[in-house]
Design a protein around this ligand. Structure first.
Ligand code: GLP
Length: 243
């Protein structure tokens, strides 16, 4: 894993956005996996700025959201689709037919199969962007005795529901108990992966993911098996790495 530590959270986000922009410029038909989460907000903001400033072709990109809550109606403020549309896709200029989302309201078995089929038809993920949960989850692949390979239904840990409560007006009971997520195999099949973590609350998970044992109890540790992973950090998120 290539660990890149920047002077600030903003600098890490800007560097990741610049890396994505470079890639899109070189390969306008790039297939990108997009996570939601607070950490991604400055990344997507910087990416929008770069797109507007440099005017590279974004129309032929394909995007796949990483995860989505179960059962939310379209446009719900807590939906990760709404998040991605609001923070990036409404203004980035990707052709609407090339943006792919998980629908948490339809029978999950069929939905997960459809998603994997669409991903395969697009040629697989070229670049997977990722955040990380405090418990080391990636996407919504939660620590467990086993991990799922493909897009699947997840029962969310209480801690993860709490971490997402701000998208639901602070009302924990409003946060769905289940979600859909790309599986570990789906993520690890990406040709390149770029994970970003900022803030001290991520420091333990980052250290365990980068230097700890590979374990299903810390899903991000499986990224050690991938040949092309970059980790973008601010000093706080990197603070447990050099012990
Ligand atoms: C969430 C999402 C992930 C995200 C992670 C970090 O629960 N399932 O896709 O990467 O947790 O989120 P944040 O950046 O808000 O800390």
């Amino acid at each position: 894993m290539q660990v890149l530590t920047f002077d600030s959270a903003d600098a890490a986000a800007t560097a990741l956005a610049a890396r994505v922009a470079r890639e899109v410029r070189d390969c306008p038909q790039l297939v990108i996996g997009l996570p939601a989460g607070r950490t991604m907000i400055p990344v997507y903001a910087a990416l929008l700025r770069l797109g507007q400033r440099d005017g590279f072709d974004r129309s032929r990109l394909s995007t796949f959201q990483v995860d989505e809550f179960m059962g939310l109606p379209p446009g719900h403020a807590g939906s990760f689709r709404t998040f991605l549309e609001h923070h990036l896709l409404n203004d980035f200029g990707v052709d609407a037919g090339r943006t792919h989302f998980l629908d948490g309201r339809v029978p999950p078995g069929r939905e997960c199969e459809r998603y994997e089929r669409e991903l395969a038809a697009a040629g697989g993920l070229d670049l997977q962007l990722l955040g990380i949960g405090r418990n080391g989850h990636i996407g919504f692949n939660e620590p467990d005795a086993t991990l799922a390979a493909r897009t699947h239904v997840v029962t969310l840990h209480e801690e993860t529901r709490r971490a997402n409560v701000s998208w639901f007006d602070g009302q924990l009971e409003q946060v769905p108990r289940q979600a859909l997520s790309m599986g570990m195999g789906t993520l690890l099949n990406a040709r390149a992966i770029a994970l970003i973590a900022t803030g001290a609350e991520k420091a333990e998970a980052v250290a365990a993911a980068v230097t700890g044992a590979i374990t299903t109890q810390l899903p991000a540790s499986f990224l050690q098996l991938h040949a092309h992973v970059e980790v973008y950090l601010d000093p706080a998120a990197a603070s447990r790495l050099n012990r």
